[in-house]
Design a protein. Structure first.
Length: 316
């Protein structure tokens, strides 16, 4: 990331599409990913290797990965629920694999049908699978600590349990852990406290990214708190695609366009052309016409004379 300061990781093609009933055609997914990469997005989570009967919206993930891999400079990321999904992701050629581990065991059983011990066993199997590959062919392996800021089923999760699971993921062979505000419960103070907790357990280098939701309107405030702590990767979704069923009318994911504007306005380089990024919204509007898409910047427009992080900060 020598030419950028913050990596904005687009998760709409996975987290966004899995949250809605409509199925986006394969050609539209390809066009979306191609257009975002052309706008300067360096990392896109393009799908998830889960059974098609569970998420028919993502049944074509292998084909999407194959297309995304043809785009120079793009890190192709996917989510997997288990070692079987990881094997499919590796076979497809994904550059980055994320395994979610809900720190709420109740949620883990609902989401993955596995206990904490079983998920850590899956992580170890994935770690061994990756370690057996030639170094140049190994995907980056992230263990995501889901529901880290609270669970709709269990409420607050004990710090000791979260730290223990972070340590377990690293011991299983993950390259890093990520924090995920699955339920939109986080606030800026909680973000800073959780980052300190996890880094105290696994070290600063093992935590660089966070996945935040805007369910209660604190998405960008929480992102700023993460930046203050030195995190360098922020997840977001084009148009905020992927609403939260527990907050009708509210966007689930942070809006990529608004996040990029905030970062660039702060003088942080993302490498992303905001005008080109906003133009990609037309693909969603045309192929997912019944789905609401969000964003303040697309509605309000950029400030007069705004040119991003490269702008001359001193007006004379």
């Amino acid at each position: 990331m020598t030419d950028i300061d913050i990596l904005v990781s687009e998760v709409g093609p996975r987290d966004g599409l899995q949250s809605i009933d409509a199925i986006m055609p394969l050609d539209a997914k390809k066009a979306w990913i191609t257009a975002e990469a052309a706008a300067g997005v360096r990392e896109i989570e393009v799908g998830s290797f889960v059974p098609a009967k569970l998420l028919p919206q993502l049944a074509d993930t292998a084909e999407v990965v194959a297309h995304a891999r043809t785009i120079p400079g793009l890190t192709v990321a996917v989510l997997v629920p288990n070692a079987r999904g990881a094997a499919a992701a590796i076979a497809a050629g994904a550059h980055k694999i994320t395994l979610p581990l809900s720190v709420s065991e109740t949620h883990s059983l609902r989401n993955l049908r596995r206990t904490h011990v079983q998920v850590l066993e899956e992580a170890a199997a994935i770690g061994a699978m990756i370690a057996a590959l030639p170094v140049a062919e190994r995907p980056h392996f992230e263990g995501s600590l889901s529901t880290a800021f609270g669970c709709t089923l269990e409420g607050a999760i004990p710090d000791a349990q979260i730290a223990r699971l972070a340590e377990g993921l690293m011991a299983a062979g993950c390259n890093e852990v990520g924090l995920s505000d699955t339920t939109g419960y986080a606030d800026p103070a909680a973000v800073k406290r959780m980052i300190a907790l996890i880094r105290g357990a696994v070290g600063d280098a093992a935590l660089t990214g966070i996945h935040l939701h805007n369910t209660r309107g604190l998405g960008l405030a929480n992102a700023l708190a993460a930046l203050d702590c030195g995190l360098t990767t922020l997840d977001s979704s084009l148009g905020g695609l992927g609403g939260c069923p527990f907050a009708p009318g509210a966007s689930g994911n942070i809006v990529t366009e608004d996040l990029v504007f905030m970062l660039e306005a702060m003088g942080l380089r993302t490498g992303i052309d905001i005008d080109a990024l906003i133009a990609v919204r037309s693909i969603l509007a045309e192929t997912l016409a019944s789905e609401p898409i969000y964003g303040f910047i697309p509605d309000a427009g950029l400030p007069l004379g705004f040119s991003g992080a490269a702008r001359d900060k001193e007006v004379v």
